[in-house]
Design a protein around this ligand. Structure first.
Ligand SMILES: N[C@@H](CCC(=O)N[C@@H](CS)C(=O)NCC(=O)O)C(=O)O
Length: 239
């Protein structure tokens, strides 16, 4: 299948989940219209017309002619959940090879994604948003590292949905630690960075560097601008 109709992409640079979809759209070279949704003052039309199920971003509308962001056409279907959209785009544009064709590699990509969705997101929530110890986060890095091919390459060898699931979170986590941003005690971010820069984590840190160098990632990642947004994110400010 190929793109058959417009794609409108509802997004915000802050969001790692939106970043996933952005990478996939670039990777498959889709023709799409980005629309920034202000999370601080989410417009009513977004919940009513685009994502009445959860109200969260990202979302895309797919199909029919181009439409105004707040009025999806009757021919457009709304899709939500970042990894559902990423897999959808991978299947719509099979030539981009985002969804591994080999069933075993596809299963491995989904296992890697599941570890991101559970362990890594839990570690992020507990450390940055609740001020808990870094141990869960460090354990998540360890778990992901153990799944990487030891000699190099991406999560299942070639760049895939698994890397799109992980990289937007990993780069934001490292960015926040480097700048000591989060609810944990002052100075803890730099200490955790020292641990992650040690020899034990060399493989996953190399993986993050490789992801940052991947063209669709590079085209969608602006660390300085993203840092400015996270610096003022009220949900992770110390009291
Ligand atoms: N599981 C969803 C999570 C989406 C999500 O949590 N989106 C956040 C931004 S990263 C959001 O919309 N937050 C604003 C809100 O909840 O109103 C996905 O993968 O797309």
């Amino acid at each position: 299948m190929v793109q058959n109709g417009q794609i409108t992409f509802y997004t915000h640079m802050y969001s790692p989940n939106c970043h996933r979809v952005h990478i996939a759209l670039e990777e498959v070279k889709a023709d799409y219209t980005p629309v920034t949704v202000n999370l601080m003052e989410k417009p009513e039309w977004y919940n009513q017309k685009v994502n009445p199920i959860t109200g969260k971003i990202p979302a895309i509308t797919y199909g029919g002619p181009k439409h105004a962001p707040e009025v999806p056409s009757g021919e457009a279907t709304s899709l939500i959940e970042s990894m559902v959209i990423v897999e959808f785009l991978g299947e719509l544009f099979p030539a981009a090879n985002l969804v591994p064709r080999d069933p075993l590699l596809r299963a491995k990509a989904r296992i890697f994604t599941s570890v991101v969705e559970t362990k890594l997101l839990e570690g992020l929530r507990s450390h940055f948003f609740m001020g808990g110890p870094a141990s869960e986060l460090i354990a998540a890095f360890e778990a992901l590292q153990a799944l990487l091919p030891p000699a190099g390459g991406f999560a299942v060898g070639e760049w895939s949905t698994a890397d799109i699931a992980a990289a937007p979170y990993l780069v934001r986590i490292l960015m926040l630690l480097k700048h000591d941003i989060g609810k944990y005690p002052v100075g803890e971010g730099k200490k955790t960075m020292e641990v992650l820069r040690g020899p034990k984590f060399a493989r996953i840190m190399q993986y993050v560097e490789d992801a940052k160098a991947w063209p669709s990632f590079r085209a969608t990642w602006d660390e300085a601008a993203t840092l400015e947004i996270w610096k003022t994110n009220p949900a992770i400010q110390r009291n």
